[in-house]
Design a protein around this ligand. Structure first.
Ligand SMILES: [Ca+2]
Length: 336
């Protein structure tokens, strides 16, 4: 809600808008603020950006051949050794819990180049294709920090990528039911900030068999979006996992809740409190998805050998199909 806009509209239009939109905390798509970096289109060359590399060779330059829109784009090259060749700039500080959207146009010169986008210390990696594609991802910054750098880095050896229309912007996201649960040990349990705070894992040995994890409005039971886990007939498991803030203590139990449905209605979905190291053990809830939303709520008690261990809540799909999950909640309770 922006009061400033309402003042310039006829009063009845404001009333209409209030009636039609669920508003802040409703089910609106993320609302994206202005670009926080200067010259993200590279029309002023490298003005506003610094560049750095720890590789043997690495260069950054603005060039016409790298333009997707306008006259110039960025050519980013990394030679051998080191971690990356990057451009970056300092932006205004963030507050804990804010979500940002990273967006860019990216093209590899041959395809397969690895590129990392990072904002204030949180980042993600994408693999370039030999044609222009749009990179768009939400990042959730759980803590405040001194780091205010926005950066883009190419990290694979002897590769060159083209970048244009780079933007880092504040995103106002919906609040789902899991976000409104005060004692929820998980952040982003309603998947309104993409996969922010969740770690993706799949065990397929062949790339084509790999499972996928995304977020989509199709899977939004509350708020705007929810989690979509997919896997083919031959692929291995696919999961997302989020570490809990504190190690497990004696005489504790954990209430685990989630809403789950599947497109086939036979998908096997597991919710596990899993230890963060080998043997990756821990108690699980096994759910068979139905095509309608199913609310799962169970208390998991902790085996004595898990006391003092760090664990995470893992959501996994173990059979063929597509499972949708929203509003994952983990609460600490006393064991009976
Ligand atoms: Ca949601």
């Amino acid at each position: 809600m922006r009061a400033g806009n309402a003042l310039r509209k006829p009063w009845w239009l404001g009333v209409l808008a209030l009636g039609l939109h669920p508003g802040c905390g409703g089910s609106d798509p993320p609302s994206i603020g202005p670009n926080l970096v200067q010259n993200g289109s590279f029309e002023s060359g490298l003005s506003g950006w610094w560049n750095a590399t720890d590789a043997k060779e690495g260069t950054a330059s603005a060039s016409g051949e790298a333009a997707d829109f306008g006259t110039f784009g960025l050519v980013l090259y990394k030679g051998t050794g080191g971690w990356g060749s990057m451009v970056g700039q300092e932006t205004t500080p963030h507050r804990a819990g804010q979500t940002f959207q990273v967006q860019a146009r990216l093209k590899g010169t041959v395809g397969g180049e690895r590129v990392t986008f990072s904002f204030h210390g949180q980042g993600f990696e994408v693999v370039a294709e030999p044609r222009w594609r749009t990179v768009k991802q939400l990042l959730l910054l759980p803590d405040s920090s001194e780091n205010v750098t926005a950066l883009v880095s190419v990290t694979s050896d002897n590769t060159t990528v083209h970048l244009d229309e780079v933007s880092f912007a504040l995103a106002e996201v919906a609040r789902g039911d899991a976000d409104k649960e005060e004692d929820n040990l998980l952040g982003n349990g309603s998947f309104e900030s993409g996969l922010g705070l969740w770690n993706f894992w799949t065990d397929a040995s062949v790339k084509e068999d790999a499972g996928t994890a995304t977020t989509s409005p199709d899977a939004g039971r509350s708020g705007y979006a929810g989690l979509v886990l997919s896997k083919g007939p031959t692929g291995g498991g696919v999961s997302v996992k989020q570490p809990l803030p504190d190690p497990l203590a004696e005489r504790e139990a954990y209430r685990v809740e989630a809403d789950i449905r599947g497109t086939l209605g036979s998908e096997g979905v597991n919710l596990c409190l899993q230890i963060n190291r080998e043997p990756w053990s821990g108690p699980c809830i096994f759910v068979t998805a139905t095509t309608d939303w199913q609310h799962v709520s169970e208390t998991l008690s902790i085996d004595p050998e898990l006391i003092d261990e760090r664990v995470g809540l893992m959501v996994s799909l173990s059979s063929e199909g597509t499972a949708m999950v929203d509003d994952v909640i983990v609460k600490r309770t006393k064991a009976r």
